[in-house]
Design a protein around this ligand. Structure first.
Ligand code: GLP
Length: 238
């Protein structure tokens, strides 16, 4: 794993945007895997400023809440439209996010098929949960999991409650790419910022590979870069 330490959130965002921009310039019809959450917001802002040509780019997002549709302000479809897609020249038909209102038993395999049809994901951007979840793959996720319905743990529900009017409104389940789906990407870029991610980052990079720390599976991937800020890196020993 290649670890790059940025001074702070802004520098992390700029570095991550540069990383992705370089990939888009090298391959105009690239397939990106993208993520939601507060962490990538700065990266998307920086990417928008770059005025890149997104006309041939395809995007597959990691996950979506179950039970809400894309018009819901807390949905990940709404987030992606607001934070990125509405500001770039991407063809919205080339943006894929698992549906939160379809039957996940059908939607999961269908999502896998559409990723396969596009070839594969060239670059997958990831954030990380405080408990080291990636996508919505919570601790004890199966290494060989594919896109499927997943249960959210209490700490994730609490962390994401800020996006909803009431904590009770936060869905208890989501549909998420699995660990195996993520591992199939050719390149992975994980970004993290702040002390609340420091333990998860330590376990991901220096801990043992275990389902208890879903992001630790990334140690097995050939091409992973982590761009993290000093606060998120503060527990690293090596
Ligand atoms: C959610 C998303 C993850 C994201 C995580 C961290 O659970 N499903 O993809 O990495 O939140 O979010 P934040 O960046 O807001 O800390």
């Amino acid at each position: 794993m290649k670890v790059i330490i940025a001074k702070n959130y802004n520098e992390m965002s700029k570095m991550a945007a540069n990383f992705i921009a370089k990939e888009i310039k090298e391959k105009e019809n690239i397939t990106l895997g993208l993520a939601t959450g507060s962490t990538p917001e700065g990266t998307y802002k920086e990417l928008i400023k770059k005025n890149l040509d997104w006309s041939l780019v395809k995007v597959f997002n990691l996950d979506e809440y179950i039970g809400i549709n894309g018009e819901h302000e807390a949905s990940y479809r709404f987030f992606m439209n607001q934070k990125l897609f509405n500001h770039i020249n991407i063809n919205k038909n080339n943006t894929f996010i698992p549906s939160g209102i379809a039957d996940p038993k059908i939607e999961g395999p269908a999502y896998e098929k559409s990723i396969e049809k596009s070839g594969s994901i060239d670059v997958q951007l990831l954030g990380i949960g405080g408990n080291a979840h990636i996508g919505f793959n919570e601790p004890f996720s199966e290494e060989y999991s594919t896109t499927q319905e997943v249960k959210l743990v209490e700490s994730t529900i609490n962390a994401n409650a800020r996006m909803f009017k009431n904590k009770e409104d936060v869905p208890k389940t989501a549909i998420s790419m699995g660990i195996a789906t993520i591992m199939k990407a050719k390149k992975i870029l994980l970004i993290a910022s702040g002390t609340k991610k420091a333990q998860a980052i330590l376990n991901t990079i220096e801990g043992k590979i275990t389902g208890n720390v879903p992001a630790s599976y990334l140690q097995k991937h050939q091409d992973v870069t982590l761009i993290i800020d000093e606060e998120a890196a503060k527990l690293l020993k090596k």
